[in-house]
Design a protein around this ligand. Sequence first.
Ligand code: BGC
Length: 740
Amino acid sequence: MKTKNFLSIFIVLALIQTGCQPQLKQCKSNLDPAVELKIDSLLARMTLEEKVGQMSQRSKHGEDGSEDIKDEVRKGNIGSFLNISELRQRNELQRIAVEESRLGIPLIFGFDVIHGYRTIFPVPLAEAASWDIDLIEKTAAIAAKEARAVGIDWTFAPMIDIARDPRWGRVVEGSGEDTYLGSLIARAKVRGYQGDDLSDPQTIAACLKHFAVYGASQAGREYHTTEVPKRVIRNVYLPPFKAGVEAGAATLMSGFNEINGIPASGNKYLLTDILRGEWGFDGFIISDWRSVKQLIYHGFAKDESHAAILGSTAGVDMEMVSRTYIENLPGLVREGKISEDVLDTAVRRILGVKFRLGLFDNPYVDPKLADTVILAPEHRLVARQMVRESIVLLKNENNVLPLHKNVKSIALIGPLADNRIDLIGTWATDAKKKDVVTVLQGLKNAVGDTCKINYALGCETTGDSIEGFAEAIEAANSSDVIVMAVGESEIHNGEACSRTNLDLPGPQKELLKEVNKTGKPIVMVLFAGRPLTIDWSLENIPAILLAWHPGVEGGYGIADVLFGDYNPAGKITVTFPRNVGQIPIYYNMKNTGRPEEEDDRFTSKYIDAPSTPLLPFGYGLSYTTFEYSNLKIENSKVSIPGTVKVSADITNTGSVAGHEVVQLYTQDIVGSVTRPVKELKDFKRIYLKPGERKTVTFDLSTCDLRFYDINMEYNVERGDFYVWIGPNSAEGLKGSFELL
Ligand code: BGC
């Protein structure tokens, strides 16, 4: 009680001082009281084994041994499955749970629906490059609709780990390096998956993952240790999770990594003190795949029984795949080594989500539903739109792009040109190759019979065979223009795909060099799930489109952009390094005591490469040009709380219409602790016809300038700030204001 009073006083004080929403939130369950009563009544009747059963999730693959799964369900030893998307099997297991287990508690079925279920959208890093938050919400909503139709109740998404190291393969799964954009996207995806009502058969439960700091794996090596100061954790890594919690995410996943010596899946500070205590999260937490058992390998737990105690008391409510809970927790409670309250609390949260999903009232899914929902034409249209919006134009010298549709011949060369699987990308378990439109198909569809397309594979993305080079050069020589479809394959990024070399894999760079010798104009369509070190290409190839792994509508969306039916407006949300030695490199770094100066050797830089990136965060071109002018700061002295009004005029100075993502950055010049050189604070995606000018105005609240200060309090500090409105993090109109 005392703590609650203290919290309330603290909240009121925070409000008076800053005028901002409080950071502390009191726990409030969003279950209605009648449901709470039902849960109480179930809990009162459950055996210890049944309680722990609810806390146990199995995979359909039966990685854990050969026991009869159905019998386990019947006994109430399993509360959830993952990886089952075969509806008959799902409904049958559900029937056993509901009709044959003692208490009839339904199962919850989880699945990694990461960028679509069957209508596969561009990978999440690509979607982020659209900066189109509404469209991102829409793709999540479609994914949810399709997934629910095959009996998936719950997705292990969104993945919202801030990632500043492109060597890490999972960069592809998130929204990049920025906390502000990442938080907006986290919120949008939760809204998209969950809608307003989780019991609606078109929605699924979201799962914020991987809590926390997984993206900071040392040296970009998968599953590696993270050592991150608490202030950086709070300022950089946690806000997207907080945004997801505020958006009402039903579940959250604890990570594989350790953070400052304590593994995420046994980390009470993160899972209970922050998540529950500070943010009021009332959903349930699932471990990552066997990450409770892995507490042993971390050197944190001495055996499985110890791991079960550490995991459950830290706050992991449900254990994924490993069996430390089911095999140890009932006995540990009987021996008095752990309180039964720990189990009751976890089960209460899990049942709460099952009730919210409506699983008690509607445990089954109608097998006919999928036919009308899966790959519906309107879903494919949204996918095509997302492909177009996620594509980033990295270079366009001599206006090689857009291509003319009346061109007589195009050489289409490269391992990604007539390829389906790699267009899908990582984490698309139930995707079907046959659903994918290849680049070759997309091009043919765009130009019809009037243009000859000379296709050649050239080489693979792996190995070192250059056997196909001759055919590729021949195709190039007999064509007017060349489209090179090169980059990473699906196997090059995603989980367990860390790389120490970020060049084009296989002999693709050599292929590019050879084809370039023909002297024909080349457009490089780059497929990737992370920044690649493409310095040679950027220097030598006249036009480059970054198409990521675009999903089922890839070929059409790419053709739309290649031929100018859509003017690209995507902007990268991760910094592209010049070489691996520059990593970590991200836009919102700190200054140093010796900021780089060209003619002073003893300043912060390298002696063998520039310290600037190859391509900065927020960068992306268009087929038109935009001019930024007339920066205005309406009130350059503002007291706290208050709002700074900043505006600029953006003019389309080219000859085609297009979208531009106008970005607002600030720098808090002097702080009680040092502050980043730039921070994204807002953006607007605008559309301008040729010659059109718009004034873009941002209302920057002093609340948006808060950070964890010298006392680890979340505050805005008085003093001088720089502000920029620009097309990316390295350019823009600069002004200043002062907070009084
Ligand atoms: C991944 C998670 C995923 C889980 C279930 C783990 O290996 O880290 O992101 O949700 O598997 O497939």
